[in-house]
Write a protein that binds this ligand. Structure first.
Ligand code: NAD
Ligand code: ZN
Length: 248
């Protein structure tokens, strides 16, 4: 017996193309803070929207570098959770599976997901703010923002900041996958940052079954065909279990 509606399971079992969009909520159970949770501690006085912008980096590169260094360390010291691993299992069961993430923590790939589109970059990588060269290693003396070996420009995290355009190839693939999928999941995202909301709506408009998994309600909850309230690290493993049970 499962507590998932039978018609939802039926849709999912017969779906050939599934898209999953994830946000900061899926990493919350790994111990990483979401942006819209109440901030505590060292960075409480800053809003992410004020730190995650090109203007903030230009005005105070050290502050922005340090904020990301702190988040990078948090990601490196944390591990994917049961929700990430359940999505790896889901990918194995679906002929065409696309995982679109707004997260920059790299956990989906670390867990073993294969077809991952990172719309907002990856905090584990850095690149030069001037010439764009990627850097795998850098020395952080704690006093200055590390600089590019090629041109001396300041290094920055390889993430997309507010006001910057998304990586076009990833975005195109995500839009295309959303348009042709049979089931679209929106998981652990507040869907307030575009293109999250438009991807979900485009999928539904083209006939996909829209499913939301979130600890709270969002602007998508009302229109979703199925909305499951709770933690993704608990709901997703139960879903995989339900998929393995014979249909009633
Ligand atoms: P958000 O902070 O706006 O929203 C998080 C959502 O997750 C909320 O709707 C909340 O109700 C839900 N949630 C919290 N805990 C949950 C759980 N255990 N299970 C299910 N749902 C849960 O995050 P967002 O929508 O991803 O968008 C904001 C931006 O934040 C993105 O651009 C993203 O790049 C960035 N961000 C990324 C990380 C990360 O990589 N881990 C962390 C913080 C912010
Ligand atoms: Zn450079």
């Amino acid at each position: 017996m499962t507590d998932f509606p039978a018609d939802f399971l039926r849709h999912l079992k017969s779906a050939e193309r599934v898209v999953v969009l994830t946000g900061a909520g899926v990493s919350q159970e790994s111990g990483l803070r979401t942006f819209r949770d109440d901030p505590i501690g060292l960075w409480a006085q800053y809003k992410p929207e004020e730190l995650a912008t090109p203007e903030a980096f230009a005005a105070n590169p050290k502050l922005v570098w340090d904020w990301y260094a702190w988040r990078r360390e948090a990601a490196q010291n944390a591990r994917p959770n049961a929700g990430h691993y359940a999505l790896v299992e889901l990918e194995k069961r679906v002929p065409q599976f696309t995982l679109v993430t707004q997260n920059v923590d790299g956990f989906h790939r670390a867990a073993g997901s294969q077809n991952v589109l990172e719309l907002h970059g990856n905090i584990r990588r850095v690149r030069c703010s001037v010439c764009g060269a990627f850097a795998d290693a850098w020395t952080d003396d704690g006093a200055n923002v590390p600089t590019c070996l090629q041109c001396g420009g300041l290094l920055r995290p390889d993430v997309i900041w507010f006001g910057e355009s998304l990586p076009q190839a990833e975005l195109q693939s995500a839009v295309e996958a959303a348009r042709i999928c049979h089931v679209f999941f929106s998981i652990g995202t507040s869907v307030v940052v575009q293109p999250a909301a438009s991807l979900a709506r485009a999928a539904q408009k083209e006939g996909a079954v829209l499913v939301e998994i979130n600890a709270e309600t969002t602007p998508l909850t009302q229109t979703a065909d199925f909305a499951f309230r709770g933690k993704s690290g608990e709901i997703l493993p139960r879903l995989i279990e339900a998929l393995t049970l014979p249909s009633r």
